[in-house]
Design a protein around this ligand. Structure first.
Ligand SMILES: [Zn+2]
Length: 100
């Protein structure tokens, strides 16, 4: 599996490989960048979960990650929900994945 396998900067929700494990801080940075870009171009929308996580926009603008991230996004074309979760202290143990 190459460096750019899995998640890419182009969002493709219907791809069955949309599930992407976050194993390293670089994975998390990439996943956050993809979410940010696709929010900016209107491909996906932020789904507020409440709880302790700050809004995704605040995460992007501050550049500071909470210890545990949990965000959901929905595709604006087909309404598929996606979840971004990670333990940022280790930069690992997370996923970008479709929510059934
Ligand atoms: Zn979609």
């Amino acid at each position: 599996m190459g460096e750019d396998a899995g998640i890419t900067r182009r969002f493709f929700c219907k791809d069955r490989n949309a599930e992407f494990p976050i194993e390293f801080p670089s994975d998390l940075r990439k996943a956050i960048a993809v979410a940010r870009d696709n929010l900016a171009n209107g491909t996906i929308s932020d789904v507020p979960l409440g709880g302790n996580c700050k809004p995704f926009e605040a995460l992007i603008s501050s550049g500071k990650w909470d210890d545990v991230l949990l965000y959901q996004f929905k595709c604006n074309s087909c309404w598929q929900l996606f979840e971004l979760s990670a333990e940022t202290y280790h930069g690992s143990g997370g996923w970008w994945k479709p929510v059934e």
